[in-house]
Design a protein around this ligand. Structure first.
Ligand SMILES: [Cu+2]
Length: 150
């Protein structure tokens, strides 16, 4: 008879090491290099479109750019516009809440006031400072676009 030595030793806990590495990777993703101080108390009055009748032909809004939201998607993923307002036309039946941010989350110090646009309505975002903006919908995190203001 041969000698059956013990071959069932404890296995090394490799999964624990992988998890630790993942945690370190996540923690290293916080980069904060912006030192700008936005005038937060400036955009308080933007509800001026109450008295206007709902005009469907919004593609030629005077002095502005129009983005259409349909099928829970922006009509453009990236636009370049002058300083001023951008009009968002909601052709969906659901409300879209537009804000500066990404993936459904507003940035900590937004430079543009968020706007809630009910289904079938339209709303404006006022871009008063040149720069690059990520715009997202606080209701639908998959709605993301970029606005380059110059
Ligand atoms: Cu939305």
């Amino acid at each position: 008879m041969s000698d059956h030595s013990a071959t069932h030793g404890p296995r090394p806990p490799t999964t624990v090491m992988v998890l630790a590495a993942l945690a370190l990777g996540v923690a290293a993703c916080s980069a904060s290099s912006t030192t700008s101080e936005p005038p937060a108390s400036q955009a308080a009055a933007s509800q001026t479109a109450v008295s206007q009748a709902p005009s469907v032909a919004a593609s030629t809004a005077a002095g502005g750019t129009t983005i259409t939201m349909s099928g829970v998607t922006f009509s453009e993923t990236e636009i370049t516009v002058p300083v001023g307002k951008v009009t968002f036309v909601n052709q969906d039946s659901v409300t879209h809440i537009l804000a500066e941010g990404e993936n459904g989350k507003e940035v900590a110090s937004p430079r543009v006031q968020k706007v809630s646009v009910a289904g079938g309505n339209q709303g404006d975002m006022e871009f008063t400072v040149a720069g690059d903006y990520h715009i997202t919908c606080l209701v639908h995190s998959t709605m993301n676009m970029e606005v380059h203001v110059q």
